[in-house]
Design a binder for this molecule. Structure first.
Ligand code: SF4
Length: 456
């Protein structure tokens, strides 16, 4: 017999302990929920940003929205689910070895990202789990009551459009092209779109649900890692959005991430049509400002001219450019390159109204190249022994001795990161780190300072 499971979206790590947490529709978890329901599993959903309660099912699944959720998931397990079997899922899990996974989550933990594990543990027939790309999220949306759905749809939500990126930036932990650390072979990744007929059904459902709740506009952050990477599919997506918009009489607001390279390769016509269906802001991954840095972090597709031209083109196309500056790369950045990154950000703010989004590069985190690099293994062990330090791997957390052992680079990174944070329109709220050896009083002060400082 197929079993039942409670899927948990943990309360945001920066949310206050009580009251409303950080409200953001947990789209990846809804995809899992829909796949399981489609395979006959009885699913309960608990977004703990609304409330925390114990659901009496034997099996639970916990979604890690990023590395900062590792300590939270451990807390949830220890406080409420000891003795239960639990699944841990989310992209972070793919970056952990079996031994690291066990050390962090114990022997009752299962990898919730693996279909073979879900089939075995939930008694699902092989083949009954649809591929994520073919899965409609409507079954998951139907688990959400109107009060909660209103809170989600009144805010920006994540829209699952595609997954995967063909590029290979070494600091990035997303699903991307990379070298397998064991075999040494390159794993080539291509952007994978969802079935657009299924996406259309989801949009129609959400449009109607929004209208019933008194909302006439839906705001989405597209899941694409590089919105303009596959222009032909993007155009098909635009046509779907336009069809739903005109038939259902609902407006869409869309934004997403892009490389400057893909954006510059896209025809004016496609960009114009995307803007016409509501695309209003694009986050460009600039991530450095010299050829040396870009080469060292395997982001050789960037040049200063391309960054400038992409931001200018976005501005002229009525799209607000966001300038994502992941910098402070160990072994690559220098005072000169950090200052250039700041100067460029400042110029783009002044000339093209770009929105600064500075982030601190973390050389090792589950899924990026540094995580399996021999030179970082002692730091990785420190993290596994002190999981509360995973908070320091958040890209908005200030660098520490652990993440940036070179004192000079650490101090310079802090200086220029905070200077970009001070530019007009900046949306990054920097976080204080937890240092090894801090007293509980000092840790509490850090937690108090960071509370509510969610990233944009
Ligand atoms: S940083 Fe952006 S462009 Fe580079 S691999 Fe990651 S998603 Fe792709």
């Amino acid at each position: 017999m197929v079993k039942g499971i409670t899927l948990i979206q943990p309360r945001h790590n920066l949310a206050p302990k009580m009251g409303m947490g950080h409200i953001y529709m947990p789209t990846p978890l809804l995809c899992v929920a829909s796949r399981l329901i489609g395979a006959g599993v009885d699913v309960l959903l608990n977004d703990e940003n609304f409330e925390q309660y114990f659901r009496p099912t034997n099996l639970v699944g916990i979604h890690l929205g990023g590395v900062s959720y590792i300590p939270l998931a451990r807390e949830i397990i220890n406080e409420r689910y000891l003795g239960h079997k639990y699944f841990i899922g989310g992209p972070v899990v793919n970056g952990l070895s079996e031994g690291q996974f066990r050390k962090l989550f114990g022997n009752n933990a299962f990898n919730g990202n693996l279909d073979s594990v879900l089939e075995r543990e939930l008694n699902i027939f092989r083949g009954d789990l649809k591929r994520p790309e073919e899965t409609s999220l409507i079954e998951g949306y139907e688990l959400i009551c109107d009060e909660v759905m209103f809170e989600y749809l009144a805010r920006e939500s994540s829209l699952y459009v595609s997954q995967g990126c063909k590029f290979a930036c070494n600091f990035c932990a997303a699903d991307r092209t990379c070298k397998d650390p064991v075999t040494g072979k390159m794993k080539i990744v291509r952007e994978r779109y969802r079935d657009l007929d299924v996406l259309r059904e989801d949009l129609v459902y959400l449009a109607n649900r929004a209208k019933r709740l008194g909302l006439s506009e839906l705001s989405f952050y597209m899941s694409n890692l590089d919105v303009f990477q596959t222009p032909g599919k993007l155009l098909e997506f635009v046509n779907v959005v336009e069809e739903v918009r005109s038939k259902e009489n609902v407006e869409f607001k869309l934004r997403g991430l892009s490389t400057v390279d893909s954006f510059l390769r896209t025809d004016d016509d496609i960009i114009g049509q995307l803007v016409d269906v509501g695309f209003y802001s694009v986050g460009f991954g600039v991530d450095g400002m010299t050829a040396e840095v870009w080469n060292k972090v395997k982001k050789g597709h960037n040049t200063e001219d391309k960054c400038l031209n992409a931001i200018k083109r976005a501005y002229e196309s009525r799209i607000t450019p966001e300038l994502l500056m992941v910098f402070g790369h160990n072994g690559a950045d220098t005072e000169g390159s950090l200052r250039k990154a700041y100067d460029f950000s400042k110029d783009m703010v002044e000339v093209f109204g770009a929105i600064p989004r500075p982030h601190v590069a973390k050389a090792f985190l589950p899924g990026n190249d540094g995580w399996t690099d021999l030179k970082y293994q002692s730091s990785v062990r420190t993290l596994l022994d002190h999981p509360e330090l995973f908070h320091n791997l958040d890209f908005t957390t200030l660098p520490t001795e652990l993440t940036h052992p070179n004192r000079e680079l650490r101090l310079l990174t802090i200086k220029y990161f905070l200077e970009i944070c001070n530019l007009p329109g900046n949306t990054t709220k920097y976080l204080l780190p937890i240092e090894e050896g801090m007293t509980s009083e000092q840790q509490k002060n850090v937690v108090d300072f960071n509370r509510g400082r969610y990233d944009h």
